[in-house]
Design a protein around this ligand. Structure first.
Ligand SMILES: *Cc1c(COP(=O)(O)O)cnc(C)c1O
Length: 723
């Protein structure tokens, strides 16, 4: 079979290596070491300058190179091996899901999300939520779930961050060149043709659908940038979290209602629909409409929709849940309730909720009412959510309210650095990846010689340092870096000294500035003659969040301040690419949210898999993972919830004390060969505990066993098997 994914790549590839095109167009390559190495072999410089984008590499590489590669035995050996591995993986009929549920392999699982972070080359994510969706997709592929993601193709994505000389965040929105991304049009071959058209108020919005191959899983992305739409409607899917509330409502109509229509246009009747966060909750309305249209009564329709819907909520911050005023809802849904056979009040009641700012149509409330199964993303967050949504079940005891939890995880093959990969393969087991959720496997880390683990870590640390230097060099060429800004670039950091990483969204509750609360105390730490401490910061503030931007400016100001002597770095434009270097290359991963605002957090898990130790408030996932020997918990002597100033003061003091009394002494306690045995001991304990539990392997299995399969069985009981 010869399918053309990109004409110009297709034409230039010699026959012998023609399947490089297919490989570049399935993001499977992104989490398989051998495939990454293969593209590196095609052109190492392009591998770096394209930030690991095989489509761009194949477009950019001179045809003569490809002719040479097609005759190069070493390249051909690697090429054949990679394709064999991919074919075996993608055609394997014996993965976990098909073993566990052979009768359900044709029941599709649809997952709707406003963002997907599969790879940096497809910038349709902003942060944790998107990276989680991407990891979920990849793990679903690895486990063999019949999985389909649905989201947006944002042609301008989330913004690229640049800081001006005063440290104020500038947002740039470069246009994505669709020819340089691993996408292809779906449903009809002609790129200009329309697949689905969705009523948004009194307009019809036409959508084009793109397909992304994520191993065996599929991701369908909708795009309103087509000629048939009015200019302003073509912008609807351009940016992630851009625009005002009304635009957001329109986007969510596309995601929820358009999402269902796309699945129908693909001819699918899924067994379960998973709403990842409330953005996509209008999906339930569209499915109610379908059932009513098919002749079901309202109550039956509700029963069916609930049976087949799973909902995951992601934030314990009330303002983080989308809610729309009723008059705005009326403008866009006038006419919809009659199609459901209900009146306006009954319709509004589906989403009506007052979370302290007056009653509105709340997307989380809608989802919680119409999903038969709902969950939070850590044990603590499950508890907070049951408390928070008490208004939905006023007569039910908190413990009995129907919100469970599945703690988040991360996709190991995507986030484990090369050196750790090698170490796990050699020292844990050659098939560690297949058995990653087996706790007995990870106990073998205890037998790894200290210097071997320390060497692997040191290697990854040096890679981070050279990445920072290269970025500093590029920035110096591209823009006018001031001397003080060079201090913040990381080029003056000492690779032999302790490095603490902090990278996350600059929301004020995450308190990136906690360590700056007592400057003199901090200076004593960073300027210590024998045992200095250094920091690397990264993160974006939401473009509409001015307090967040001021926080960022404050941190950046300290990084540029000569008084800190270049020991504090700020890496601009945090994304998945830079995240990999950071979570693999620092010594400590710092997390300082105001408890209990962090629903789960996943970057600390990525760090742990790479032997980086967590130093964190006991919030989210860390409250489950911390055991006293695998990292540190920042615990104030007396918890002072309710008074932010006091809480911050107490937490900062606890943080300084931990650094002064425990973290720094342990790091610098070395034997003659320079190995910090006590520290390495802790790294091992961290890997042992986190390894089997905080991966998407464990997470997707839990979703499957406790949510998807019960939902599919309920739907089968109601409707019979899908054809
Ligand atoms: C993993 C990741 C996140 C999520 O990290 P948190 O722990 O939730 O802060 C955010 N952004 C990027 C780019 C990531 O890779």
């Amino acid at each position: 079979m010869e399918s053309v994914l990109n004409q110009s790549i297709h034409e230039k590839l010699p026959r012998r290596i023609a399947r490089l095109e297919e490989l570049a167009f399935n993001l499977w390559w992104s989490w398989h070491r051998s495939a990454r190495d293969l593209f590196k072999m095609v052109d190492r410089t392009l591998w770096t300058t394209t930030r690991h984008n095989p489509v761009k590499i194949l477009l950019g590489v001179p045809p003569e190179y490809l002719q040479d590669l097609a005759r190069d035995p070493a390249f051909l050996r690697q090429y054949d091996a990679v394709l064999m591995e991919m074919d075996r993986d993608l055609r394997n009929g014996h993965l976990w899901y098909s073993h566990a549920y052979p009768d359900l392999v044709d029941e599709k699982i649809v997952y709707l999300s406003a963002e997907f972070g599969v790879h940096t080359s497809l910038p349709i994510y902003s942060g944790g939520l998107g990276v989680l969706s991407g990891d979920h997709n990849k793990e679903a592929s690895d486990l063999g779930l019949p999985f389909i993601g649905v989201g947006f193709l944002y042609e301008q994505g989330y913004f690229r961050q640049q800081l001006d000389h005063s440290g104020w965040q500038q947002a740039n929105y470069p246009q994505l060149d669709l020819d340089e991304v691993a996408l292809r049009p779906k449903l009809c071959a002609d790129e200009s043709c329309i697949n689905v058209s969705v009523a948004v108020g009194d307009r019809q919005i036409h959508l084009k659908v793109w397909e992304v191959l994520v191993g065996r899983a599929r991701l369908y992305l909708m795009d309103s940038n087509v000629e048939q739409n009015a200019p302003w409607d073509r912008e609807l899917t351009a940016r992630l979290y851009g625009g005002d509330r009304e635009m957001r409502l329109q986007q969510e109509i596309l995601l929820g209602i358009g999402g269902v229509q796309i699945i129908r246009a693909l001819g699918l009747r899924p067994g379960v629909w998973h709403l990842n966060e409330g953005h996509s909750a209008f999906m339930v309305l569209e499915r109610l409409r379908e059932y009513v249209h098919e002749g079901f009564s309202w109550d039956e329709a509700v029963t069916h929709v609930r049976a087949g819907t799973v909902f995951t909520t992601h934030t314990p911050v009330p303002a983080g849940h989308d809610a729309f005023p009723f008059n705005l809802m009326e403008k866009y849904f006038y006419g919809f309730w009659s199609q459901l056979g209900i009146n306006r009040d009954a319709f509004m009641a589906l989403g009506s909720y007052d979370s302290g700012y007056g009653s509105a149509f709340n997307m989380t409330a809608l989802a919680l009412r119409l999903a038969g199964r709902s969950n939070g993303v850590s044990a603590l967050h499950g508890e907070v959510s049951r408390e928070m949504w008490q208004g939905l079940w006023p007569d039910v005891k908190p413990a009995d309210r129907p919100i469970g939890h599945v703690t988040n995880g991360v996709h190991l093959p995507s986030w484990t650095g090369e050196a750790m990969h090698r170490l796990y393969r050699q020292r844990i087991s050659p098939d560690w990846m297949e058995r990653q959720d087996d706790p007995t496997l990870w106990t073998r880390i205890e037998e790894v010689p200290d210097e071997v683990l320390w060497d692997a870590h040191t290697y990854l640390k040096r890679k981070l340092f050279s990445a920072m230097r290269e970025r500093a060099r590029q920035a110096r060429i591209a823009q006018s870096t001031l001397p003080d800004q060079l201090l913040a670039s990381g080029i003056f950091l000492d690779p032999d000294a302790l490095v603490i990483g902090f990278a996350r969204r600059f929301a004020t509750y995450k308190r990136a500035n906690l360590i700056f609360r007592d400057i003199e105390r901090l200076k004593r730490l960073v300027h210590h003659r024998y045992r200095p401490v250094q920091f690397v910061f990264a993160g974006k503030a939401h473009p509409a969040d001015d307090p967040g931007k001021r926080l960022l400016q404050e941190v950046y100001g300290w990084a540029c301040n000569p008084e800190m002597g270049g020991r504090i770095a700020f890496v601009e434009d945090y994304d998945m690419h830079i995240a990999r270097y950071l979570v693999q290359g620092v010594d400590i991963w710092l997390n300082t949210p105001r408890k209990p605002n962090d629903a789960s957090g996943t970057s600390g898990m990525k760090a742990a898999f790479n032997g980086v130790l967590n130093l964190s408030i006991l919030d989210g996932w860390w409250a489950e993972a911390y055991n006293g020997r695998n990292g540190w918990a920042i615990l104030a002597e007396n918890d002072t919830y309710g008074n932010e100033w006091e809480q911050d003061e107490a937490d900062a003091d606890a943080l300084y004390r931990l650094l002064e009394d425990e973290v720094i002494p342990l790091y610098y306690q070395r034997d003659r060969g320079g190995i910090p045995h006590g520290w390495v001991e802790m790294m091992k304990e961290s890997i042992r505990v986190v390894g089997p539990l905080f991966s998407t392997r464990r997470m997707v299995k839990a979703y499957t066993e406790d949510y998807y399969v019960p939902a599919i069985r309920d739907i089968i009981a109601l409707e019979g098997k899908a054809e």
